[in-house]
Design a protein around this ligand. Structure first.
Ligand code: COA
Length: 387
């Protein structure tokens, strides 16, 4: 090339994929989302089976070790998580000072502050076993952190040997949960524990890929949840059901939203082109709970699916493009199930965090074990300097 020619942007070999749609950015053995079949696999197991039959600790161990634990391993892992989940008094005091109007923002700050206080260092050039213990320690604290942020007091004393899910629900609801409520929450927490390379998991892996400390990498994951498009929809779903009010109003209400180009919370997904298996499982949970919202939720779901389908068919015909299938996602039925067990709606995003933090942690460890710093390209659309 002539050295005196004006420079031009080097966009020749760059494929631009908005939102990285269709781009594969890492390898993982942790989870696989089969969008066409509507299946979620967690480390070789069907997530729905795990959610309906197993405990958080069993599935956490599965993600960590690649296999389910035997009884002795489970007892040891459960005891370890329980012990690591106890906040020392000085950390309780630190968290109390961070309480504010938005519990998820406070959670993000608390996680970062505890990691800093404990002196967790960048993982680069440190033994992976040591860093892994820091990851598990921070994840184990999530239920207690949310409880302190919610109540403003140190965590209640719970029965010895209570599990991660029980400690969480007990802490935020203020009473020992019934077996039915505990199963509902455990089902939810397992279903949402890991889900491929979603926005928050990607953020955690990107931060970890720089050699960062694990507190920073986990905090990056929490930060992405402040946007309602990922993990933040269940609260707005309940607001929507409140606004609709009666079954008769559902159809007109959802159509008015769509006419105003406002997305319906709890619908649509980047990967699923059929039913989200997590949504279907939580719908069954909500049906078993049979609470006061169930009829309105079912009618709203059907009204929304019909209106979304009609809109997508019209758009596709007008723009000569394939019809995008839009179904209910996990967050719609999460809202109904979590409200029923007494979790307030301002804690829904934090509850998601209490689950997904385990997935982030395992992805961070995976990233650390086979690291390459993330550094994609950008297509330059600005001016070039004139020579
Ligand atoms: C989840 C979500 C962010 C996925 O986004 P995405 O993969 O980028 O999908 P797009 O935004 O490109 O949507 C594709 C089409 O479906 C429409 N669509 C997607 N979700 C929609 C929704 N909830 N309500 C109305 N229309 C929706 C979009 O308007 C777009 O239509 P168009 O092609 O005619 O413009 C999106 O579906 C959404 O905003 N849902 C509501 C929030 C929510 O429930 N989040 C929780 C996810 S588990």
């Amino acid at each position: 090339m002539n050295a005196n020619a004006n420079p031009t942007p080097d966009n020749t070999a760059k494929t631009f994929s908005p939102g990285l749609e269709g781009v594969t950015a890492c390898r993982t053995r942790l989870s696989e989302v089969l969008g066409k079949e509507g299946k979620l696999i967690l480390a070789g197991h069907n997530a729905v089976n795990l959610a309906e039959n197993n405990t958080i600790e069993e599935v956490w161990f599965l993600l960590h070790e690649g296999r389910l634990p035997n009884p002795a391993e489970l007892a040891a892992f459960k005891a370890k998580v329980e012990k690591l989940g106890v906040l020392p008094a000085d950390e309780v005091n630190l968290i109390k000072k961070l309480r504010g109007p938005e519990p998820l923002s406070a959670f993000r700050t608390a996680l970062s502050a505890i990691s800093n206080k404990r002196g967790y260092k960048p993982w680069l050039n440190r033994p992976v076993e040591e860093v892994t213990e820091e990851v598990i320690a921070l994840c184990a604290l999530a239920p207690a952190i949310v409880e302190v942020l919610h109540t403003g007091r140190r965590p209640r004393v719970k029965t010895l040997n209570s599990g991660y899910a029980e400690r969480y629900l007990w802490g935020v609801s203020g009473k020992k949960p019934s077996p039915e409520d505990l199963r509902a929450v455990e089902t939810y927490l397992i279903l949402t524990m890991d889900h491929g390379l979603n926005a928050s998991t990607f953020a955690s892996r990107v931060t970890a890929s720089t050699g960062a400390d694990v507190g920073a990498a986990l905090t990056s994951g929490v930060a992405t949840l402040s946007g309602p498009l990922h993990g933040g929809a269940p609260g707005p779903v309940l607001d929507m059901l409140d606004a609709i009010g009666t079954c008769e109003n559902a159809d007109a209400w959802v159509r008015a939203q769509l006419a105003a180009k406002i997305p319906l919370m709890g619908f649509g997904h980047r990967i699923y082109r059929t039913d989200d298996p997590r949504a279907m499982t939580l719908k069954r949970v909500a049906e078993r709970q049979n609470g006061p919202r169930i009829e309105l939720a079912k009618v709203t779901e059907q009204a929304a699916l019909k209106a979304l389908e009609e809109k997508q068919i019209q758009r596709a015909a007008a723009e000569n493009k394939p019809v995008r299938t839009l179904r209910v996602n996990v967050e719609f039925w999460t809202a109904v199930a979590l409200e029923h067990v007494g979790i307030p709606r301002n804690l829904f995003s934090s509850t998601f965090c209490v689950s997904r933090i385990i997935g982030w942690g395992e992805h961070i460890v995976e990233q650390i074990k086979d690291n390459k710093i993330y550094r994609p390209l950008s297509q330059y659309t600005g001016e070039m300097p004139a020579e």
